[in-house]
Structure formats: C-alpha cells, structure tokens
Design a protein around this ligand. Structure first.
Ligand code: TYM
Length: 334
C-alpha cells in the first residue's frame, strides 16, 4: 500500500517498435487500472541491453516509449512514469535477489531459451538473470498487482517465488505481487503465423501491426493476415488466424467474441478483415495524434522525467534500506 491505495507496477522494453500486442495486452489495461492504484510505469531500458543496442537509437526509443505511455492516456501527474536506469535501486536489489535465485529456476525460463536461440553469438549473463532484474523492478515498489500479457506470466511466477523465499528467511519484507491479465487481448498472435505471438522482433513487418502504422498500412496488414479455407467466421481453436482477428476486433471495439461471430455471420473473410483493420486504425489514430503533439513539447516531457525519477527513487530507496538492514549490511554513518 502507498497511502490508501494498492500499488501497481509494470514496464515495457524500449526495444523495437511497439506492436498492437503490447498495446492490447498491456498498455490499454494500464490506462484502465490507473485510477484505482498507485502506479509505477517504467521504461525498462536496463532490460533492453541484454541484446546489443545502438546507443543513440536506444535513447531515442526510450524517450518515444515514455511519451507513448502518456499519449495512450496515462496521466504523468498521477502515475509515476520513469526510466528504469534513473533509479539505481533496481540494479542494487537485483544483485541481492540474484543471491536468492537458483540457476535451475532460470534454466526453465522460456524467454531466455527463445532469446538465446535468436542471439546465439551473445548469450550473456544479463540475458540469463533478466527475470531477477524484473523481480527487483516489481518488489522494489512493493507492488500488489502487475498487469502484463500472458507471455510474462512465467516471470511473474519466479518473482513470487523469490519474494516468498526471501520473506521466509527475513519476515514480511516484500509484498507478494499478483499478475493482472486482461480478459481480451492477453496474447495477440502474429498475423502471418497465428501459432506465434505478435512480437516487436519479428523480421516480417506484415506479421505485426506497429502503433505507428497509418490506416492504410493497418488495413493492408489485416487483409493479408493468414487465415484458413473454412470460409466461416467462428471463434475456435481450429481456426487460429480468424480467432486472433476476432480477439483483436473485440479488444478494439469492446464487443465479445459471441457478438462478433453473430455480427459477421454469413459474411466473407475479406469484409471481416476490413472491419478489423478499421477498428484497429480507430484505436491507433488518436494515440498517434497525441504522440505527435507531445513529442514537440520537450520541456514538458523533460519535467516529467525529472520529477518522476525523484519520486520513484524515493520509494525504491525505502524498500532497499529495509532489505539491506534485514540481510545485515552495515548501517550508514551520517
Ligand atoms: P515487453 O517489452 O516484451 O512487452 C511489454 C508488455 O506487452 C505485453 N505483450 C503482449 N501482450 C499480448 N500479446 C502480445 N503479442 C504481446 N507482446 C507483448 C507483454 O506481456 C508485456 O506486458 N520483461 C518485460 C518487461 C518488464 C516488466 C517488468 C513487466 C521488465 N520488468 C516488471 C512487468 C513488470 C518485457 O520484456 O515486456
């Protein structure tokens, strides 16, 4: 708890261009939860360097991402929107938690296995201990709830395990966080291969809708989406392409899969794909306009970066001091 509200933490990597999956699986829920909780939304730039980054590009993307959080509807006066690298407590707590995490646990992480396979020339220790840094992010703010897409559930599980292990030794130091998974859009799949999640790192640009895509591009990508030859719009496992498009449509319009199936009964895939594209473009357009406006206001964004880093740093330091004391680090002499 912070004041009389429960605490929410979440973050996104400043790598690649954000996809519709990031928006529907995470960002959209962040906005809807932001009044109810005391929220920390981090641009997790420290996570990004587990894969080689161009420095200028990383800096630019991090700023765009932070601006996008605001453009999507997060009020930076009420929500703490900040860069992870501006709060040293993340790295400090991660080191401590590394000493409470087993290699056997890290070996099981599917994201590590995937990324290690994709970056075989750079399987660094940071990539391996990535989930520990993520646990530190969450536990540092004593978060009660962490809204994420389904692909992050395994990381939430290990965060809970580490926190419980620590608490079992030292008492109730950490709040045990719960994941929050939205009822729609928790796993948006690739438009070109509905067996794979839509991902920033997909090499095929037609596989993902980027938040920066204009209306024509969005509609073209939806029209090209891989479906099947059943020629019936039904919400079932056997038609993963159509099912994914229904999920996207529902997440963008607020309709349920049942309503959508009824709405498009007897109509063709072409017509449905066009409707999906239009629904997506309607969601993205205001976000893009707001993003353009905000990007021009350097002083405003700089002010937010400064103030929120201070706020996050203050909250992080509180937990860190408590942890340091519990594990027996000597007290500072003032
Ligand atoms: P990242 O940057 O890969 O993704 C950001 C958020 O978007 C969600 N997401 C999706 N949801 C639905 N469908 C998809 N296709 C899809 N692709 C991505 C992710 O689940 C995530 O919620 N490790 C995290 C970042 C992180 C973090 C944290 C998150 C670091 N520390 C602490 C929460 C709490 C990551 O790489 O997310």
């Amino acid at each position: 708890m912070l004041g009389d509200k429960k605490v929410l933490f979440s973050g996104m990597q400043a790598t690649g261009s954000l996809t519709l999956g990031n928006y529907l699986g995470a960002l959209k829920n962040w906005v809807s939860l932001s009044d109810e909780y005391e929220c920390f939304y981090s641009v997790v730039d420290m996570h990004s360097i587990t894969v080689r980054q161009d420095p200028a590009e990383l800096r630019k993307r991090a700023r765009s991402l932070l601006t996008l959080y605001i453009a999507a509807g997060l009020d930076p006066e009420k929500n703490c929107i900040y860069y992870q690298s501006h709060v040293s407590g993340h790295a400090e707590l991660a080191w401590i938690l590394n000493c409470f995490t087993y290699m056997g646990e890290l070996n099981r992480m599917t994201q590590f296995k995937d990324k290690a396979a994709r970056h075989a020339d750079n399987i660094n220790a940071g990539l391996y201990t990535y989930p520990v840094l993520m646990a530190a992010d969450i536990l540092l703010y004593q978060a009660d709830v962490v809204p994420v897409g389904k692909d992050q559930l395994q990381h939430l599980e290990i965060t809970r395990d580490i926190a419980q292990r620590f608490n079992a030794v030292y008492g109730d130091v950490f709040t045990i966080p719960e994941p929050y998974i939205g009822s729609v859009g928790a796993k948006i799949m690739s438009l070109q291969n509905p067996a794979k999640k839509m991902s920033k790192s997909d090499e095929n640009p037609n596989a993902s809708i980027y938040l920066t895509d204009d209306k024509d591009t969005v509609i073209r990508k939806c029209k090209r989406a891989v479906t099947d030859s059943e020629a019936v719009i039904a919400y079932r496992q056997e038609q993963p392409g159509i099912r994914n498009l229904i999920d996207i449509y529902c997440a963008c319009t607020g309709r349920t899969p049942e309503e959508t199936v009824k709405e498009f009964a007897g109509r063709g895939y072409g017509e449905f794909k066009l409707a999906v594209g239009e629904a997506v473009a309607d969601v993205l357009q205001p976000l893009q306009t707001r993003f353009e406006e905000l990007s021009k206001d350097k002083a405003y964004i700089d002010g937010i970066i400064k103030r929120n880093a201070e706020k996050a740093g203050y909250c992080a330091a509180k937990t860190l001091r408590k942890v340091q004391k519990k594990i027996g680090f000597p007290e500072r002499v003032r």
